[in-house]
Design a protein around this ligand. Structure first.
Ligand code: DGL
Length: 273
């Protein structure tokens, strides 16, 4: 039986990943799930993020998805490994769950010249230490500085990210990380919500600092994965359809998502348990 590729995020941020994936792989079918009723995940404990993410994965599997992308760094950092290693063999070992951290880490080794990299993420992602650990496994010569940005996701979830009030919180976290390590030449937007703040962040950083967002990296990595795994690819439907689900109000999700995706969408309600 064929099914859609599932894309999961705590809220709207994963839409930035979905957009790039659909650009790269337009023939495939997708189901997007935003757990907006319980977003943000960024300040939540390991146990809570893990249990919410597992519920989301099970729900997407119940929709028939053979493959689920956790388009959320917080969920990738706190839940992915346990789901892959402990839960998947019990639920259905023929399905796959992938995250967004690995494709990002693989890419940065080739773009930093100073070998000093900054990570911007939610408190959950930063406290997990996942980025420094994964980067240093692949590139032991890179120095990693991390900064949590607890106010950035709420700005996006409340559609305040283009307002001038957002500048204060953008400058605050950028100044902190660049002051701690003046050799940083690459900053990673390690949260799928942050591309929505990208224009303002670019204004806040020196011109010699590169800003990396994950959408294209995750899309390229998924295309490569499907090419290398024909047994999964063959189970993915290819009618170019996309459905959207939210745990919050369908109307609110549809109107916000339409702003982020710059096109009208319809959304349906999902009940996670
Ligand atoms: N978009 C998510 C991420 O990439 C998380 C946002 C949140 O719920 O705090 O980390």
């Amino acid at each position: 039986m064929q099914g859609s590729i599932g894309i999961f995020d705590s809220g709207y941020g994963g839409l930035t990943i979905l957009e790039q994936i659909r650009r790269k792989l337009p023939d495939y079918d997708y189901v997007y799930l935003g757990d907006n009723a319980r977003s943000p995940y960024g300040n939540r404990s390991f146990e809570v993020v893990y249990s919410f993410t597992l519920q989301a994965v099970k729900w997407l599997f119940a929709q028939g998805c053979p493959l689920v992308i956790l388009a959320c760094n917080t969920a990738s950092a706190k839940a992915l490994r346990t789901i892959q290693q402990r839960d998947l063999p019990q639920i259905d070992s023929s399905r796959r769950v992938l995250g967004v951290i690995r494709p990002t880490v693989e890419y940065i080794g080739n773009i930093t010249c100073s070998r000093h990299v900054g990570i911007l993420g939610t408190p959950g992602t930063i406290s997990s230490g996942s980025y420094p650990i994964e980067i240093n496994k692949l590139f032991p010569d890179i120095t990693v500085e991390s900064q949590d940005c607890p106010m950035w996701v709420p700005l996006v979830e409340n559609n305040e990210h283009n307002d001038c009030g957002a500048d204060y919180f953008i400058n605050k976290y950028i100044d902190r990380i660049l002051c701690r390590d003046k050799k940083i030449d690459t900053l990673i937007l390690a949260c799928t919500h942050y591309p929505l703040l990208e224009k303002k962040i670019i204004k806040a950083i020196p011109v010699n600092v590169k800003l990396v967002s994950q959408g294209i990296l995750v899309a390229d990595s998924l295309a490569d994965y499907l090419y290398r795994h024909p047994e999964i690819d063959i189970r993915c439907k290819k009618n170019s359809e996309c459905r959207f689900y939210t745990t919050e109000s369908e109307e609110k999700f549809a109107s916000m998502a339409s702003i982020f995706l710059k096109g009208k969408i319809k959304s349906e309600k999902a009940h996670l348990e």
